[in-house]
Design a protein around this ligand. Sequence first.
Ligand code: G16
Ligand code: MG
Length: 217
Amino acid sequence: NTKAFIFDLDGVIVDTAKYHYLAWQKIANALNIDFTHEHNELLKGVSRVRSLDIILELGNIQASQEDKDKWLIQKNEDYLTYLVDMDQSEILPGVLTILQFLKEKNQAIALGSASKNARPILEKTGIISYFDVIVDGNDVTNAKPDPEVFLKAARLLNINPEDAIVFEDSVAGVQAANIGKMTSVGIGSKTVLHEAKYIFEDFTLIDESFINDLISQ
Ligand code: G16
Ligand code: MG
């Protein structure tokens, strides 16, 4: 039995949400917009362009496309400075164990991320070779909760959506998996991710028997 195991990136494999937050905060501060950790939750799984719109809405600011483009470039340049020193130590607990186990079981592994910086992050953390397929923000036109990113990954792996399992930390991502008729596994808070079929606080709580059951289903 071969299934497709599709991983989200930010918040699932690495904790880059903190770097996105710092970079957005600089933009928000310069515009006198109050941007808290709670506000940052709204940006998880959301594209860069949409994230800026959400921040501008928080501050009730109307901006020209020219200004928006400038801030989007600034945000990404600042975000990239946090990635310079990134290494394997930033992989979230339990992730490597699961990737190794899936490989031993000859399962198909994909990345399904909204980020346009996914490849360099997988390279820096040394895990890019685990992924048979990478679909990221450069490859899709519709953002989560649209299932495009996950459907595309499953199609490239030649596996039916019904035989795909998606690991996600965002509400939009869980919804995308459900809409795509895939098995959604939420990584994070039970209250936030209640729409997921299964929910675990983190990957250390996922054991081999759970994965084996998914494979034989
Ligand atoms: C991620 C993050 C979002 C971020 C988006 C775009 O997606 O969760 O906060 O805004 O990527 O990232 P970038 O600016 O690097 O293109 P995911 O789907 O990996 O959680
Ligand atoms: Mg995420």
